[in-house]
Design a protein around this ligand. Structure first.
Ligand SMILES: Cc1ncc(COP(=O)(O)O)c(C=O)c1O
Length: 485
């Protein structure tokens, strides 16, 4: 695939003299001179981390300038083109996984679409963020490499930078908000990055990272608005177009918009007919307002299971890139995200973090009826979720699915009262997980007791069957707010 791309570039005459680095490149690949280097060798060489010849070769191949990491400035946003994304693809080849994008039959059954899952959770550091991180790091100049880089990140960007920084011999410092998931903090340290926990929000961590950049002469790499990051994330879109040639739509999670912007540039340039949908958690949605005002807006994020998406604004470079290209924007609730994570665990036997599950959440919630029967790609963008959080998320998902339910009932406090209730629950085929007795609040009848019952059922219909039985048997109980009516 890589050789094909290089040949394509050549046939368009873009490699006029840069055939020299290409020849070098082929020579280094494994002893074969000339341009007929096997794909494997070319990919291998492109992945070789630490060579300025390598960098200029890749950039010459794409006929591109280097885009040095640059903070955003909305008054003059930096353009990212399809050529930037294609160059990024060459630059990261062999260093970042071309993740598989298989069709999921079970997810297709529950959503009514043909669902293809782009498995970015399989990347070495568990997310797509390696794409942008590698692309940005590989373009640093020698003195920048030596001094090192700094970033603010809720986790995945930090992990991508830490891993590729180590491979490329570039020191990496990251500032994470104090609330960053433990698994991301400890993995980042294990990967060799210097981690500082600062601030109670992403914005506060970001301010501290800028301070360090100024103080220590480090290069600040913005996690979603650096043009090189956006171009790197766009490589995911290029891969999807090859892996699912008849793709009808992509449903993409949105944090600061770097991923959606990169994908939008790649996909809408090559396949303008593909529908692009951006999804945000309801408690961290900034894209509709930003698109309307055509300028980033600052929000205060609510806590969300999609912690990777909890950033306070959309990038000033990312916004114009995605604004003109995205077809639909949606939000999903915390219950919908939890249910999507649960479905992925159950049906795909896979762990995907909240951010990566938002696309499926939108489909499961019936928010994209126009995609019924269509080929829909869901980037499973990341898999980094604390095990302790995962168990809570699964419980939340079970509640949202009507399979874990808590209700109160008032029963007789005489012998056999509780047994009568549990007999009915057993008769309905439900399972008791926990029962709490409460005498003082059961009302004026001193021979009555209030019980708080937690039960497990197969699904909502099953729960409704149980409630119908309790009603027939004249049990005094109150339905939970999110249970069947
Ligand atoms: C797993 C995951 N998905 C999606 C995103 C969104 O990416 P962006 O901030 O570029 O919109 C992030 C951001 O960190 C993430 O970690």
């Amino acid at each position: 695939m890589l050789v094909l791309r290089a040949n394509q570039q050549e046939s368009h005459g873009r490699l006029s003299e840069p055939s020299l680095p290409l020849r070098e490149l082929a020579g280094r690949g494994g002893g074969k001179g000339g341009r007929e280097a096997p794909a494997l060798h070319l990919a291998h060489w492109l992945a070789t981390p630490d060579s300025s010849v390598h960098r200029s070769a890749v950039d010459a191949m794409a006929g591109l300038r280097l885009i040095p990491p640059k903070p955003s400035n909305f008054s003059s946003p930096v353009q990212v083109s399809i050529a930037d994304v294609q160059a990024a693809r060459l630059r990261i080849a062999g260093a970042v996984l071309v993740s598989p994008c298989p069709e999921s039959i079970p997810l297709g059954e529950v959503t009514g679409c043909r669902v293809f899952c782009k498995l970015e959770n399989l990347q070495r550091t568990g997310s797509f963020k390696e794409r942008g991180a590698r692309n940005a790091l590989a373009q640093l100049h020698a003195d920048q490499r030596q001094r090192g880089v700094v970033a603010a990140s809720a986790g995945n960007h930090a992990l991508g930078l830490a891993y590729h920084g180590k491979l490329l011999g570039i020191p990496v410092k990251v500032v994470m908000p104090k609330s960053a998931p433990l698994v991301k903090v400890s993995t980042c340290r294990r990967l060799g990055a210097q981690v500082e926990l600062a601030g109670n929000s992403f914005a506060e961590a970001q301010a501290r990272a800028h301070e360090l950049a100024a103080r220590d002469g480090l290069t600040y790499i913005h996690g979603y608005d650096d043009p090189a990051i956006i171009a790197g994330q766009g490589t995911l879109g290029l891969e999807v177009l090859e892996q699912v040639p008849k793709v009808d739509a992509l449903v993409v999670p949105v944090g600061g918009g770097g991923l959606l912007a990169g994908i939008a540039v790649a996909v809408k340039t090559l396949r303008p007919d593909v529908v692009l949908v951006g999804v945000e958690p309801a408690g961290a949605a900034k894209l509709p307002a930003a698109c309307e005002r055509n300028a980033p807006v600052q929000i205060r994020c609510q806590p969300t299971l999609a912690d990777g998406l909890a950033v306070p604004d959309i990038g000033g470079n990312a916004l114009p890139l995605l604004r003109e290209r995205v077809d639909k924007l949606l939000t999903v609730s915390e219950d919908e995200i939890a249910l999507a994570i649960l479905r992925i665990v159950e049906l795909e036997k896979m762990i995907v973090e909240g951010a990566g599950a938002t696309g499926l959440a939108a489909l499961l919630a019936g928010k994209l009826p126009e995609l019924a029967g269509k080929r829909v790609v869901l980037p499973f963008c990341g898999g980094n979720i604390d095990p302790a959080i995962l168990s809570r998320v699964i419980e939340k998902g079970l509640v949202a699915d009507g399979r874990l339910c808590r209700f109160t009932a008032v029963i007789s406090d005489r012998p056999g009262g509780l047994a009568g209730l549990t007999r009915l629950i057993a008769e309905a085929g439900a399972s008791v997980r926990e029962i709490e007795h409460e005498r003082a609040f059961a009302g004026p009848d001193v021979f009555a007791v209030s019980v708080l019952v937690t039960i497990e059922t197969r699904d909502r219909e099953h729960l409704e069957e149980l409630f119908a039985l309790l009603e027939r048997e004249h049990v005094r109980f109150s339905r939970p707010a999110n249970g069947p009516r």
